[in-house]
Design a protein around this ligand. Structure first.
Ligand SMILES: Nc1nc2c(c(=O)[nH]1)N[C@H]1C(S)=C(S)[C@@H](COP(=O)(O)O)O[C@H]1N2
Ligand SMILES: [Mo]
Length: 378
């Protein structure tokens, strides 16, 4: 255990002076200390190396599992044994829609209150082949998430309702989805790394789920926790320095805003695994990382909960994390973004305050800078 903590400390120390190009930034720049990678070819003959690589590939683990095996950290043994034979590698980014996801209510009627007049809808394949989901991959080609999702079973899933509620309870996510009136909303989507999409989500307002949870009036915040399945999510055991599971949170007034959405689908079908199946949060006025994927727990609190990226790098990722062109990230500007309409096309466009949702949420944040500001000090 002390070794794990040390490893995490090293990884965190390595994050500060990393001069990434604006166009090619990654969330946290937390990478494997090189010593760990060296171990692989110091202790293994080339033939054994390739054999193990091939073996891991058949399990859909690829380089991720390899690194875990090399370092001896995590629970590689478990990962290897538990799903041998059961894992079917997805053939493409849409082959990851869980076969047992409920399909009642899809495609849902578009809610015409939400339009994105200034941009085209992004191509479906871009939205499902350029992703961030660190539980599946957090080294190498970070955006290529879908090939690593083969072992993950999104259904059945239990959602736990906890904390300051009348009575804690659990819900079957499939039943929840079937019981809700699904609608479709076309939203802008903006990652803090400065890429953006326009996508049609299917789902329901977060406020409708919160009503069912019956929070106590003293609840001021709501926390969301993502699934933590190291045997099914290869990025978890290969990166033990991250504080898994992924956790995010909102103030109650933000969570009750009509824009806050629980997505269960994308482009008229259930969510592909890499987009957060069985359900995930979508908060279009905030940077993408606020929207936790594969949520398994929703808990109400009377103080501000900790959040994953804020804990890891508080100077780079705040609690509110509202999209604002006037507030640069310490390592890059947020004044413009790289809009992704379709595969291989990037358009530089200006970033809008609250990602174009000022009318909906501007009043929640009276202190937000409306003129350009300087980067936060390191
Ligand atoms: N559990 C979990 N949720 C997550 C992430 C993650 O790594 N793990 N990445 C976040 C980030 S940084 C972004 S930009 C969005 C990406 O959503 P998309 O891949 O569906 O576009 O998911 C967010 N939710
Ligand atoms: Mo992001």
């Amino acid at each position: 255990m002390p070794y794990l903590l040390l490893a995490r400390r090293i990884a965190l120390l390595r994050t500060a002076p990393f001069p990434y190009d604006t166009n090619d930034t990654i969330m946290a720049n937390i990478i494997l200390p090189p010593g760990w990678q060296l171990k692989e070819y110091q202790t293994t003959t080339e033939a054994a190396y390739h054999n193990r690589r091939a073996f891991l590939k058949t399990l859909g683990l690829g380089a991720i599992g390899l690194m875990t095996a090399a370092t001896g950290l995590g629970c590689a043994g478990e990962v290897h044994s538990s799903h041998a034979g059961a894992v079917v590698d997805p053939e493409g980014p849409l082959d990851t829609i869980p076969p047992n996801a409920p399909r009642d209510g899809y495609p849902a009627t578009r809610n015409t209150l939400y339009t994105v007049p200034e941009r085209p809808v992004s191509d479906r394949l871009v939205a499902s082949s350029y992703n961030n989901f660190y539980e599946f991959i957090n080294q190498g080609n970070l955006k290529r998430v879908w090939p690593h999702t083969g072992a993950y079973e999104a259904f059945p899933m239990t959602l736990e309702v906890a904390g300051l509620v009348e009575k804690p309870f659990t819900l079957d996510v499939g039943n929840l989805i079937v019981s809700m009136d699904l609608e479709e909303r076309l939203y802008r989507f903006r990652c803090v790394e400065a890429w953006s999409l326009t996508v049609p989500w299917t789902g329901f307002a977060l406020s409708k789920l919160i009503e069912r949870c019956k929070p106590l009036s003293k609840a001021t915040h709501v926390q969301f926790v993502s699934a933590n399945r190291p045997k099914q999510m290869p990025g978890i055991p290969s990166a033990p320095w991250y504080p898994w599971p992924y956790y995010e949170a909102l103030r109650m007034d933000e969570a009750m805003n009509e824009l806050a959405f629980v997505a269960t689908g994308l482009y008229g079908e259930p969510l592909p695994k890499q987009n957060g199946a069985p359900l995930r949060l979508v908060l279009p006025w905030k940077y993408g990382y606020k929207g936790a994927k594969a949520v398994v727990r929703i808990a109400f609190t009377d103080k501000q909960p900790k959040t994953f990226w804020n804990e890891l790098q508080p100077k780079e990722y705040g609690f509110l994390s509202n999209v604002n062109p006037n507030v640069p990230h310490p390592r890059w500007s947020q004044a413009t973004e790289k809009f992704l309409p379709r595969e291989g096309v990037e358009e530089r466009v200006p970033t809008q305050i609250f990602n174009g949702y000022d009318e909906w949420v501007g009043a929640l944040y009276p202190d937000t800078p409306r003129e350009p500001t300087r980067p936060m000090a390191r």
